[in-house]
Design a protein around this ligand. Structure first.
Ligand code: ATP
Ligand code: MG
Length: 427
């Protein structure tokens, strides 16, 4: 039961408005087992809309069109649909009465241009719009040489679209579509690249597998998307649990969270549960050089982080590392600010001055300048003070300044996460 979603609007193809309608509808359709084969987007141009309707109708059982049913001259979806159907546009009296009373209730005369909003191609059904003036359209259309498609036209205004879609579109698709259910779960990892994760998953990522497992990457987080498609919700849920367990077998603690869980949130939960951290609340301090407070920002993005995060030292200049954290200036002179001893001293100094059992430190070269043959751009030392012991590790992070800083902060969170789990880092 394939479906195409067609979005219409100049503002969409110009990139001025993000097409959130398609994303939302896709999620809803997936939940009733309807596979969306394509998202199409065309401008407010009748020829383009007609061509898109023809193409989509030939390739899918359902076509959902959003936008272009307003009262103005650039709203051409009705005209395009009528042209594809070789049918005239006819006034729908029920909706025309509705429109007239809508304007009357507001003490206004209906502007003549609104008449078009009650026009429906002959043979189509009108769909009530309980949140606006544009009626929707529901029609089976024939396409030469193909089965044809059930077409729904809904408003572009997201609020109006959602109401109409949920009430008059989704139930029809669910009924005709056979009622399969698609459940989705996303598992997040950090630290290894997408290809390494894919290699570890092996046959789990086979294209024809159900539940399917696919990977996506965003800001260094490699996520596994698991989709389970089954006739019943229970069967889909059981298959989902089984596949998630199969993914956890090779990846283990590389998976830090699922769905909307974030790395700093998970680290926060671990701190809240950690016996040492619980004796000294708040229990964590940070000392940042090249990340300039990004780690503190990530930690404090989480509501409730004051339970475990005490303070951050942004020690960008060497003198600040000495003054605020007590890093000996001779040490910086001898080893450089980006070095193991300095990372260790920063972490120890932050823990001491903040009086916390845990502290993370970051010192590195984010670039683009400042690299040296022995310390190229991307060289980052991350230190951890934990219960009076300090350790540090060097990373060579790839990417531009923004990426290096982002990955450094996430790596620091990851180091703390593994420490709190009581496990060695697997990379
Ligand atoms: P309608 O058919 O409901 O009258 P329209 O396309 O005729 O819609 P517009 O004035 O073009 O009306 O759009 C209404 C609002 O909805 C605009 O803010 C527009 O950016 C937004 N919109 C239209 N399509 C989408 C979409 N696919 N995703 C998100 N917003 C959208
Ligand atoms: Mg529009």
């Amino acid at each position: 039961m394939k479906c195409t979603i067609l979005s219409i609007g100049d503002e969409l193809v110009l990139g001025q408005t993000v097409d959130t309608n398609s994303a939302w509808m896709s999620e809803q359709l997936a939940a009733v087992g309807c596979a969306v084969r394509a998202h199409m987007t065309v401008p407010d141009d009748q020829a383009e809309i007609e061509a898109a309707i023809r193409e989509a109708a030939a390739k899918s059982r359902f076509l959902i069109v959003s936008g272009g049913i307003g009262p103005t001259e650039d709203d051409l979806t009705r005209q395009a649909l009528a042209a594809v159907m070789h049918a005239p546009l006819e006034e729908n009296t029920v909706w025309m009465n509705q429109l007239e009373s809508f304007f009357k209730a507001r003490g206004r005369e209906m502007p003549p241009i609104n008449r078009i909003q009650a026009m429906i191609p002959r043979g189509a059904r009108m769909i009530f719009n309980t949140a606006g003036t544009a009626a929707g359209i529901d029609v089976d259309i024939a396409v030469e040489g193909a089965v044809g498609a059930r077409v729904f036209v809904v408003p572009g205004v997201p609020k109006e679209m959602k109401i109409m879609f949920a009430r008059d579109v989704l139930p029809v698709v669910r009924e005709i579509g056979g009622g399969a259910v698609i459940l989705s779960r996303t598992l997040h990892t950090f630290g290894l690249g997408e290809s390494s994760i894919a290699e570890m998953l092996g046959p789990l990522m086979k294209r024809d597998r159900n539940p399917s497992v696919g990977t996506t990457v965003a800001n260094g987080i490699v996520s596994l998307r698991v989709n389970a498609r089954h006739p019943s919700k229970d069967a889909a849920a059981a298959a989902m649990e089984q596949t998630v367990a199969e993914c956890r077998t090779p990846l283990g603690d590389l998976i830090f969270g699922a769905d909307d869980q974030s790395l700093p949130q998970i680290v926060g939960q671990l701190l809240e549960a950690d016996p040492l951290a619980r004796q000294h609340r708040p229990s964590l301090a940070t000392a940042e050089s090249c990340t300039g407070g990004l780690l503190g920002k990530m930690l404090t993005d989480i509501a409730g982080s004051s339970n475990y995060y005490r303070e951050g030292f942004i020690t960008y200049a060497n003198e600040s590392k000495t003054e605020l954290l007590g890093v000996p200036s001779e040490m910086i002179a001898a080893h450089g600010a980006v070095s193991e001893p300095v990372a260790l001293a920063m972490a120890a100094g932050a823990a001491k001055r903040a009086n916390t059992p845990y502290a993370l430190s970051i010192t590195g070269i984010a670039g683009p300048g400042g690299g040296m043959p022995e310390k190229p751009v991307g060289t980052v030392w991350i230190g951890l003070a934990a219960g009076g012991k300090t350790s540090a590790r060097m990373f060579h992070l790839a990417g531009d300044r923004e990426m290096i800083r982002d990955r450094a902060a996430k790596m620091a969170l990851t180091i703390l996460r593994y420490h709190l789990l009581g496990k060695p880092m697997p990379f």
